[in-house]
Write a protein that binds this ligand. Sequence first.
Ligand code: ADP
Ligand code: MG
Length: 234
Amino acid sequence: MSVSPSPSPGIKASNLWRTYGANSTAVLALQGADLSVSRGEILAVTGPSGSGKTTLLNCLAGLDSANDGTIDVLGTNVHQLDYEEAVEWRRQNLAIVFQDSGLFPYLSAWENVEIALRLRGIDRSTRNSAATHALQRLGLGEHGDHRPAELSGGQQQRVAIARALACPPKVLIADEPTAQLDLQTSQLVLDELRHAVHTNDVTIIMTTHDPMAKARADRSVQLVDGRVFDKGTT
Ligand code: ADP
Ligand code: MG
């Protein structure tokens, strides 16, 4: 009897609960959130401020722990990893673009991208060209020598995206990646995300308030009060 291979797992989160604080001051950030993203899919997560979007992404990345529920990313049960294993697993599989760009302030834009490649063990000549190429693709070819403080918020955000994509991850987790960008640069970033999916089969989950980002995703879901509502394909 032949057994057909199961589809490649992307991200599957089931019944996630996350409470901050206790008793009368407790905040229920996630209240039974369910979510899945197929391999090579771009999922947009929308929802009002405070609805739990960042908490959800942090849990998926293993940076925060849900109080209850399960998270499977690429076949790995994220919650069962200890600290060291989670660090290594993230290094091998994930890139994360935080809401604030998370760049090292004393490094130039180019160095910020290059150091991420170094941490992935990529050889010097490959990382030199990959860092330059990634910045160019995001329209930052002229800004490689600039430190974050010398760049606008939107430029910093694009450096963070260049850093995330310079060595394509298996999964990209991006928290409002176009929030500080004008229409044209938003298009550029969304083009780059799509390019990463096409060329490297990257699986992407991004939170967004941006109607264009939502429209360009394969699918969108809405988070309301820590629960996910699936609104079907966009
Ligand atoms: P969003 O990203 O959708 O704006 P968040 O996930 O940041 O929402 O926050 C969801 C809720 O959890 C909010 O009420 C927020 O104040 C609360 N929250 C998030 N992180 C923490 C934390 N570290 N400590 C206490 N409350 C938090
Ligand atoms: Mg947020």
